[in-house]
Ligand binder design. Structure first.
Ligand code: SF4
Ligand SMILES: [Zn+2]
Length: 329
């Protein structure tokens, strides 16, 4: 659930996650912050969720701490083992989460397995080491994973279709730094950024997974969703973008050399990954089940479901023409 009220995080919910072959209770928190310093990705709506520019640094700190208190009052530490932390930008950007607040968040989640999302440029020893030391009580071999929205291993697609503002080398550099500091690395990959055909998107995801396994300990695939107030939404409204088919999601999971987690947001809806409407439900449930049980036979059997839209998907894979961008201006 998304909340807009002062003192509450943007969202906070409980769920389950598979880690090292076991199922953990997981708390996910999205803190509202001063916002992403990059602030330019074409598909990102979260970047608009930020404190007003007039809010003082002290006010921002208090606002962050009251969000933490809100979480602590509603979720007992004994009820979950893993915490996934997001912000409206990067958790390890000290202009979003000042060091004293980061210390309090670390203390609140001491003993948990923490996965915190950040851009690669914020993975450094000054920030990661004190946070890691505070959460680590010896319960986990790797108590912290730095989660980076790599999106794709293709620099041209990341630049032209996402406008992400960092390179694959930036990601591998951050992964090296995280590993040296004793943290793990999670990569989020985006299925079907703007301007790609369905076939290009599937091929890009297959190669991105093969590339990312060298540097990322965990990989999660996000089938693209059309968020409000984004450039992607503008193209979608003109009929120039369709979110990926769920068939594409299944085919990628089936091809992947490692277990990929996937919780398709907005699945089955026009703005989210979808098929025809009649076969969506079973496939969405199957994708969520697979994230937890890792049962590859389940994915293979879902790909065998008979539905007229599978032919449509195969036709689209075969016939859709690439978006023609001018090579020069
Ligand atoms: S996707 Fe991440 S890096 Fe890009 S604008 Fe959104 S919050 Fe910033
Ligand atoms: Zn169908």
């Amino acid at each position: 659930m998304i909340s807009g009220q002062h003192g509450r995080p943007l969202a906070c919910w409980r769920g389950k996650e598979r880690h090292d072959g076991t199922i953990l209770e997981c708390l996910t928190v999205i803190f509202k912050t001063a916002g992403c310093t990059w602030n330019q990705c074409l598909m990102c709506g979260y970047r608009h969720e930020r404190f007003t520019p007039a809010e003082s640094i002290k006010g921002q700190e208090l606002h962050l701490l009251s969000q933490l208190t809100w979480v602590q009052e509603r979720h007992r530490p004994a009820d979950y083992q893993m915490v996934k932390i997001f912000t409206s930008g990067s958790f390890f950007d000290r202009s979003e989460i000042p060091l004293p607040v980061m210390g309090k968040i670390a203390a609140a989640f001491r003993g948990k397995l923490v996965i915190a999302e950040t851009r690669p440029e914020f993975v450094n020893s000054e920030t990661i080491t004190p946070f890691l030391e505070k959460i680590d009580d010896g319960s986990w071999a790797i108590p912290l994973y730095c989660a980076v929205g790599l999106e794709t291993s293709d620099d041209r697609i990341r630049e032209k279709c996402i406008r992400k503002g960092f390179s694959y080398n930036d990601f591998t550099g951050a992964a090296r730094r995280a590993h040296t500091l004793g943290a793990g690395v999670k990569a989020y990959l985006l299925l079907k950024p703007l301007f790609l055909t369905e076939r290009e998107a599937v091929d890009d995801m297959n190669s991105s997974i093969r590339d990312a396994v060298d540097d990322a300990d965990l990989i999660s695939m996000n089938p693209c969703t059309v968020q409000g107030h984004t450039e992607l939404e503008w193209y979608w409204r003109q009929g120039a973008y369709r979110p990926p088919f769920l068939w594409s999601v299944l085919s990628v999971l089936n091809e992947a050399p490692v277990h990929i987690t996937c919780d398709p947001v907005g699945a089955g809806r026009k703005r989210g990954p979808h098929n025809c409407g009649s076969c969506d439900r079973a496939i969405i449930q199957g994708i969520r089940d697979y994230s937890l049980n890792g049962d590859r036979d389940l994915i293979a059997s879902l790909l065998e479901i008979e539905c007229g839209c599978k032919e449509e998907w195969m036709y689209v894979l075969d016939q859709e023409m690439p978006f023609c961008m001018p090579l020069t201006q």
